[in-house]
Design a protein around this ligand. Structure first.
Ligand code: PEP
Ligand code: MN
Length: 294
């Protein structure tokens, strides 16, 4: 390990194997309207929603359906970090006019990607968990600024980051004063081309054994192919993940971003049903939104 002072949440001795297979997770609670959901407890958190929020009606339609099927946290991008500058960049700031209304109608907290420190203030009132995307994992000024907030942060792994670099990135938020960090494995770039990325489940098991961060698995970006989303979500839970995040769209082929990896409501229903069974086999449950804990 490269740092001399052991960062928070990390074992002081990285070279020796831990004496149990799992460290006790630091619990991170996401709050919304007098309710909350917890990462790092016995419940596996199911996060779902569109890659990009396309309109108010699109969000309402998707959000209501996934909430009824078992999602406890809504995802949706407003500022998109697209590889191609000509691709849909997200609807941006105008979304914040309808987001509070849509969230109340859906009844779920929202995790939304922040791509620039200048967006934080505008997002604070509406977003319940900040997502830092893969392309921004090394944006230390953004991480430091999120450390000055008290909102939970979902920190995605950069597609070419080592686990050590990723944990160090998390420490920027923690040392900034905010220890409500959840790590998200979303696949790394390898020589393999059949899938968009290679979902590194070794990293999930390693983080659970050696750090106390809750860990989420993203089988959507981790594979890039909708037929692989359910099996890899289940594999993620089997590897010890505290949550899964997946992209769902009413008509996947029409999604304005990441359509090849979007699943429809029927597949999402199957994902939740099978996730519950895998969680139960590990003496876990699927997390619920609890009243009165916020
Ligand atoms: C996303 O969640 O839609 C996204 C862009 O993810 P990533 O940063 O992992 O590519
Ligand atoms: Mn996406």
């Amino acid at each position: 390990m490269s740092t001399t002072t052991p960062p928070l949440h990390r074992q002081t001795s990285q070279t020796s194997a831990p004496t149990t297979s799992q460290k006790t997770a630091h619990r991170v609670r996401v709050e919304f309207a007098g309710q909350s959901v917890e990462f790092g407890g016995p419940g596996v958190v199911v996060i779902a929603g569109p890659c990009s929020i396309e309109s108010e009606s699109h969000l309402l339609n998707t959000g209501r359906e996934i909430a009824s099927l078992g999602a406890v946290l809504l995802r949706g991008g407003v500022f998109k970090m697209r590889t191609n500058a000509a691709s849909f960049q997200g609807i941006g700031e105008p979304a914040f006019e309808f987001l509070p209304r849509a969230k109340s109608a859906i009844g779920l907290p929202l995790v939304c990607e922040v791509t620039d420190p200048r967006q934080i203030e505008m997002m604070l009132a509406t977003v319940d968990m900040f997502q830092v995307g893969s392309r921004n994992m090394y944006n230390y000024e953004l991480l430091k600024e999120l450390g000055r907030t008290d909102k939970p942060v979902l920190l995605k792994r950069a597609f070419a980051a080592t686990v050590d670099e990723w944990v160090n990135a998390a420490d920027y938020v923690v040392r900034g004063g905010n220890d409500r960090v959840v790590l998200c494995e979303r696949g790394i770039r390898t020589f393999e081309t059949t899938t968009r990325n290679t979902l590194d489940l070794n990293a999930v098991a390693w983080l659970k054994a050696h750090t106390s961060f809750p860990v989420v698995v993203d089988p959507s970006h981790g594979t890039g192919r909708r037929e692989l989303v359910i099996p890899m979500a289940l594999a993620g839970i089997a590897a010890g993940a505290d949550g899964i995040i997946c992209e769902v769209h009413p008509v996947p082929d029409q999604a304005l971003s990441d359509s090849a990896q979007a699943i429809d409501f029927k597949m999402f229903e199957e994902l939740v049903r099978k996730s519950r069974a895998v969680a139960a086999s590990l003496d876990r449950t699927l997390a619920v939104l609890e009243k009165g804990r916020a």
